[in-house]
Design a protein around this ligand. Structure first.
Ligand code: BG6
Length: 470
């Protein structure tokens, strides 16, 4: 739909950007922090570990100052569970509380709204050793952790996100260093873990409403429209299959408190439907999130797959589909260009995704990740000409404005990432930030912060409330 005049971004729109604790903080074993599954995960050859990353833990004041200079209205970051509770449960680490209190206060001193993700891929290793999300005790551990967060930060944090990209942890956990695919029927284990995470999330949302009546809380999956490769009805059905398995399974449970029926049939067919105990569905139903946060990088395109095709996940990741015999198979979308790292670029798909979520759930939406990973080049005189990133973000913001005109209740946009950090599985050479961090994969250099061209561009975007995009 075209319009003669577009609606403006709301006056109090939350322009900002995002990071996650294990990808940006470093200080992996400092001040009483416990080990997380990321600290012990295997790194693909040639990529950095997560020990130092961008060393935000020691540079946060300098970094927040840069965010303020860009004019951020919000900063979306995650709290490392293991800084707060080194063993996942038990003793609270005062130094961890102190760090996040300092960070939150620093943000608030510049009127930057903290948007806090409670858990971003970094489950405490102590819990993992006891079975991780396969163990129902982890549900209680997460509820207890959320209680500690609400007690300590609930008076200052208005926006909470529960679990980052739970859907990607289940679908691509091996790549993200989260949940593996071992055992006889790995899918059975994974979907049981998924059920436990859904319960943990629902309990945390309920607790948030009880303990922090002024705060708002929502889920934070990675959602993208799924296209059929052709107009062949079987391809359309395959797209609907994949969308249920990838997107709606997670949001239907979080928002509507029920399992998506196609996703449930898929799990039954694979003999991996979770065991649901008495009372579980009531817990899911009582959660009532206030908004939906979601991450968007690209759309997915799939085709019918009625022949036998193996479950090839070797090349798949968050944005690259795989195949499931009799359900769908990933297809290339020839209408779209790709990033240097092979992810399709689809700004119009962003508008479509916003509309789909809006129509399905009718809740306010915030985008908590969107961005372009690229090999940035540091040129002479500390210059980074990342015009490709500006182009990517501009096109997505244009589509966000169209979606707002379509009626989507979008209240914030926090692209990935505020500052360079270490990618989930492709090292620090895959850069996303508005601020360059001077380090290589294994040479930490001086970790100097350098403003990229996109830094200045985004500053203008924010100060014009999304009107000045060129
Ligand atoms: C999302 C994650 O999947 O995508 C982030 O929430 C991640 O943690 C981002 O960094 C980009 O993915 P990648 O694999 O390029 O780091």
């Amino acid at each position: 739909m075209n319009y003669k005049k577009l609606k403006s971004f709301p006056k109090d729109f939350l322009w900002g950007a995002s990071t996650s604790a294990y990808q940006v903080e470093g200080a992996w074993d400092e001040d009483g922090k416990g080990l997380s599954v990321q600290d012990v995960s295997k790194h693909p050859e040639g990529t950095s570990d997560f020990k130092v990353t961008s060393d935000f833990y020691h540079h946060y004041k300098e970094d927040v100052k840069l965010f303020a200079e860009m004019g951020f209205k919000a900063f979306r970051f995650s709290i490392a569970w293991t800084r707060i509770l080194p063993n996942g449960t038990g003793e609270v680490n005062p130094k961890g509380i102190e760090f996040y209190n300092n960070l939150i206060d620093e943000l608030l001193s510049y009127n930057i709204e903290p948007i806090v993700t409670m858990y971003h891929f970094d489950l405490p290793y102590a819990l993992e050793k006891k079975g991780g999300w396969s163990n129902r005790a982890t549900i209680d551990a997460f509820e207890n952790y959320s209680k500690v967060l609400f007690e300590n930060f609930g008076d200052k944090v208005k926006y909470w996100l529960t679990i980052n990209e739970q859907n990607m942890m289940i679908l691509f956990g091996a790549v993200l260093g989260t949940v593996g695919e071992d055992g006889e029927n790995p899918a059975k284990k994974l979907y049981q873990q998924n059920h436990h995470m859904l319960l943990a999330q629902a309990k945390a949302m309920k607790l948030c409403h009880a303990m922090c009546p002024k705060a708002k809380i929502g889920p934070a999956p990675n959602i993208s429209s799924v296209y059929p490769a052709t107009s062949k009805p079987e391809d359309v059905l395959a797209a609907s299959n994949f969308s249920s398995i990838r997107n709606w399974l997670y949001l239907d449970a979080a928002v509507l408190g029920r399992y998506n029926s196609v996703a449930w049939s898929y799990m039954e067919r694979k003999d991996c439907a979770p065991v649901i105990e008495g009372g579980d569905m009531d817990i899911l139903k009582g959660a009532n999130p206030d908004f939906i946060a979601f991450n968007y990088y690209s759309t997915m395109t799939v085709a019918d797959n009625d022949e036998y095709a193996s479950h090839d996940k070797s090349k798949a990741d968050q944005q690259r589909a795989f195949a499931e015999a009799g359900v769908f198979k990933g297809a290339q979308n020839n209408n779209l260009e790709k990033t240097e790292f092979g992810w399709e670029i689809d700004p119009v798909g962003f508008r479509n995704t916003l509309r789909e979520i809006n129509e399905r759930y009718n809740l306010p939406l915030i985008v908590t990740e969107n961005g372009l990973g690229a090999y940035d080049k540091l040129e002479e005189g500390d210059v980074i000409n990342d015009d490709y990133r500006i182009d990517f973000l501009r096109k997505h913001i244009e589509q966000a404005k169209l979606a707002i005109t379509d009626g989507v209740k979008l209240f914030g946009y926090c692209p990935w990432s505020a500052i360079d950090l270490v990618s989930t599985h492709e090292g620090c050479r895959k850069r996303y930030g508005f601020v360059y961090v001077n380090r290589d994969e294994f040479d930490l250099k001086d970790l100097r912060r350098i403003k990229k061209k996109s830094f200045y561009w985004y500053k203008d975007v924010i100060s014009s409330n999304g009107e000045k995009l060129k």
